[in-house]
Design a protein around this ligand. Structure first.
Ligand code: XIL
Length: 408
């Protein structure tokens, strides 16, 4: 860490401490509320950490469920549109933009003093029907797709200029080791849309996407975002984290304006997952490249319960074990983020099981229960764990965040 960074951090720490005060555990004073009765945003602010959620635009606007909106407004200091800023939402008809839902989210965030993570500019998924069809049937060729993407990034980033803290400029561009071919590459399974999208655009599209985004907004932090990069593997051809690391290193060496790496953090308790130090090591290696980091889409799902026996899940595991395993996964990701001063934000992909994407997406085998609050907005062990971690985090090992400067 440079002296300048240390000095900035010292000032930040003083400001944060002066404006927010110390965390109030009941043992520290007669009238202090317990951390479990404080907001996540308040607890996280002591370390300069932003804590966020993906926002379901329909649930937020649903007057029959006011609790959803009030919790988004009060618990979180940053928000991400779960779907409203995706290409299919913004340009459902070619050439005609619909900004309404995304603008509403940005306006609400301003009212609530929240920062916005812009999600997402370049992604093979959730493309508008007209674009999808053109890619699939070959009527949109590589140069045309490149031009469409250039225009899309320019129009969207310009529209929201000055209102977005972090942009996910490129999302999920890299394959997984369980795909074919299994060595990590740009794209996905042979013949998939993910692979077609990558092949049509060619290897330089990632650098260009960042350059186009920077040309439209010189102050937003520009992120590469992906899943399955929470920890390094063996460093070999099947190590996705290593591939992304090498890619970011190359982009930095080429002077591409990339400011951060977003690690999505979609975990499932059916897997072994990681420990705190494996994740902290991955974050450190990324931020040693000079970029910031963020946990951008955290949830920790489990196999869902067996309908005939409500005390066990599909694998015969008891529910207490499942909830504790989920809480442990939140703990691992949050502690790793807290330990790295360049890890700017910790965002969950929905905060209540009521509207979570998980049951709709992970059906074979069925999974669920990945959020901090249950479907009735009742706190789960994972929420208590996150609150406890935030309350207990402080100097000397946990210091306030170091602000990231947009790279020009
Ligand atoms: C998901 C949304 O939560 C769902 O509502 C939608 O149907 C599909 O996309 N990685 C991402 C997110 O980057 O955009 C995805 O969001 C979840 C996985």
């Amino acid at each position: 860490m440079t002296l300048r960074r240390m000095a900035t951090a010292g000032i930040l720490a003083a400001v944060v401490a002066a404006t927010l005060g110390a965390v109030s555990a009941s043992a520290n004073g007669p009238h202090a509320p317990s951390p479990k009765d404080q907001s996540l945003r308040g607890l996280a602010a002591r370390n300069g950490l932003y804590v966020g959620t993906a926002v379901d635009a329909n649930a937020y606007a649903d007057a029959s469920d006011p609790q959803y909106k009030s919790m988004v407004d009060s618990q979180f200091s940053t928000v991400t549109a779960e779907n409203a800023m995706k290409w299919e939402s913004l340009e459902p008809t070619r050439g005609t933009y619909d900004w309404a839902a995304a603008d509403a989210l940005v306006a609400a965030a301003a009212r609530n003093h929240q920062l916005v993570r812009g999600h997402v500019l370049t992604w093979y998924s959730q493309l508008p029907g007209w674009l999808n069809a053109g890619i699939q049937d070959g009527s949109i060729d590589g140069p045309q797709l490149r031009e469409l993407l250039h225009k899309h990034i320019t129009d969207v980033v310009t529209h929201f200029r000055g209102k977005i803290w972090q942009w996910d400029v490129v999302n999920e561009a890299v394959s997984d080791p369980w795909e074919t071919p299994s060595s990590i590459h740009l794209g996905g399974n042979t013949g998939s849309l993910k692979q077609k999208f990558a092949d049509l655009l060619g290897p330089d599209y990632i650098a260009d996407a960042f350059r186009w985004a920077r040309a439209a907004d010189k102050n937003a932090l520009l992120f590469y975002n992906d899943y399955n990069i929470e920890a390094f593997g063996d460093g070999g051809p099947g190590d996705k984290t290593q591939f992304v690391y090498d890619m970011v290193k190359r982009l930095r060496a080429q002077g591409v304006p990339i400011d951060g790496v977003g690690s999505q953090g979609h975990l499932s308790t059916q897997y072994g997952n990681y420990d705190v130090f494996a994740v902290a090591d991955a974050l450190d290696r990324f931020t040693d490249l000079g970029v910031a980091a963020a946990l951008t889409e955290v949830d920790a799902r489990s196999l869902t319960k067996n309908a005939s026996d409500p005390t066990v899940d599909a694998a015969g595991q008891d529910l207490n074990a499942r909830d504790q395993a989920s809480a442990y996964n939140y703990h691992v990701l949050l502690q790793a983020c807290l330990l790295n001063r360049h890890c700017l934000s910790f965002t969950v992909w929905g905060f209540t099981d009521k509207y979570s994407w998980i049951p709709n997406w992970f059906k074979n085998p069925p999974e669920g229960s990945g959020c901090l609050w249950d479907a009735n907005y009742q706190p789960k062990k994972s929420l208590r764990t996150v609150q406890g971690d935030l309350a207990a985090a402080g100097p000397p090992l946990v210091q306030p965040r170091v602000a990231q400067k947009p790279r020009r």
